[in-house]
Design a protein around this ligand. Sequence first.
Ligand SMILES: CC(C)(COP(=O)(O)OP(=O)(O)OC[C@H]1O[C@@H](n2cnc3c(N)ncnc32)[C@H](O)[C@@H]1OP(=O)(O)O)[C@@H](O)C(=O)NCCC(=O)NCCS
Length: 415
Amino acid sequence: MRGEELAFAIGPNMVVVTVREFDPSKDTEGVEAVERICEVGPSGKLSLFTDLHGDPICRVRNSPTFLMLVAEVGQETVGMIRGCIKTVTCGKKLHRHGKNTTEPASKQVPVYTKLAYILGLRVSPHHRRMGIGFKLVQRLEEWFRDNGAEYAYMATEKDNVASVKLFTDKCGYSKFRTPSILVNPVFAHSLRPSSDVTVIQLAPNDAELLYRTKFATTEFFPRDVDSVLNNHLTLGTFLAVPRGSYSPDTWPGSLRFLADPPSSWGLLSVWNCKDVFTLQVRGASRVKKAIAKTTRLLDRAFPWLCLPSIPNFFQPFGFHFLYGLGGEGPRAQKMVRALCAFAHNLAKDSGCQVVATEVSGQEPLRCAIPHWKMLSCEEDLWCIKRLGEDYSDGAVGDWTKSPPGFSIFVDPREF
Ligand SMILES: CC(C)(COP(=O)(O)OP(=O)(O)OC[C@H]1O[C@@H](n2cnc3c(N)ncnc32)[C@H](O)[C@@H]1OP(=O)(O)O)[C@@H](O)C(=O)NCCC(=O)NCCS
C-alpha cells in the first residue's frame, strides 16, 4: 500500500499527515510512544493502559489476514489502526439432505460472511480532532473492500464518546450488539474443584469436532476455528461432565461423546493473552493500593479462609481469556461453574491477575460465570457497517438489521 498524504491547516500552520502501512523496522518505537500516552476509554480518575511488549501487531497477527496503518506528521507517529479479516457465521439456514444419507432430513447450517474487524485505533492527544482517526478508518475500509470483506465491525466502551461518535456519526456504523465483558480476579488462594464434576482436557481435533457440531451456527463463529484451537496461545479446551459419566481415562473421543452425551455438560477454551500484551491500571491512590495489597497478604497467609483478595492491577498484569463457552442439559450451569473454577486455578498457576470472558447479554449460561461487577463491562458496544452488497448468499439478508441471538462466539484473537 502506498502512503497517502493529507494536508491540514491548524491555525496559521499547515500540517501534512501521511497515512501508510506500518513498517516494523522504523515505526515500532513511535507506535509504542503513542500507545503509552493514549488511555483507552473515557478519561477519569482510573485509566487502563496496554503494553504491547514491543510488538505493535501482536493483537492482530494471529488472524488470517491483517493490516496495520500508521499516521505520521513529519517523522513523528501520531496515530495508528489495526484491522483483520476472517470468515464467520452471520446466520443460519435450513439445509435439506438428499435421500442417501443417515443424517436427519434437514438441519440448521451456518451462513458465512467475510467480516473485517477494526481494533487498536489511537490518535495522539496532541493531534486529535484533526480528522486523522477518520482518515485511518477510511483507508482501512478501502483495504477491507479490496480484500472482499462484506461487513466491518468494531468494539468500544459505550461511554467512549469520541470513538462512538467517530464510528456512528462520521463513518456510517450502526450500533449492533452489546455483549458483556465479565472479569473475575485471580485470588491468592486456589479454588476447590467440584466433587461431582469431572474436567477433561480435549485434544484440538476433538475440540474442533465438538465446536463445529454444536457451535457452528452461533453468530460470529469463526470458520477457521481449527486455527484458533491449534494456536499456541490456546492453553486447552476443557469439557466438564457429571462425575461417573466419563473420566480422562475412559474418554471415547468427541464422535462417540456426541452420539451419546451425558445429561449435562459444559465446555470452554482458555486463551493466553498474557503472552501477547499486558494491562495496567494507573491513577489509583496510595490508600487503594495499600488496601489491595493487604487483602493479598492476608489471602496468601490464610488461604483456607478463601478471602476474595484484590489482585495487583497497578503493575503490568496479564490475563487469560475464556472463549467458546457453552453447554447443554439441566446442570450445564454447574458444569460451567466448575470449568470457571478450573480456569481460575490455571490462571493463578500462570501468574495472571484476572480471568476474562465476553458473552452475549442474553447468554443463558451467563449467571454461572463468576465476575466482579466493578471490573466488568456490562455493555461492550459493537458497531457494524455493511461494506458491500454483492457477496452473501442472501439467506440472511442484511446482517446489520438482524436481531441478536442468545449467544455469540467471541474470537480470542480479537480481544
Ligand atoms: C477516538 C480517537 C481515535 C478519535 O481520533 P481523532 O483523530 O481525534 O478523530 P477525528 O478528528 O478523525 O474525528 C472524527 C469525528 O469523530 C468524532 N469525534 C472525535 N473525537 C470526538 C470527541 N472528543 N467528542 C465528540 N466527538 C468526537 C466527531 O464526530 C469527529 O468529527 P468532527 O470533528 O467533524 O466533529 C481518539 O480520540 C483516541 O485516540 N482516543 C483514545 C483511544 C480510543 O479510545 N480509541 C478507540 C478505541 S475503539
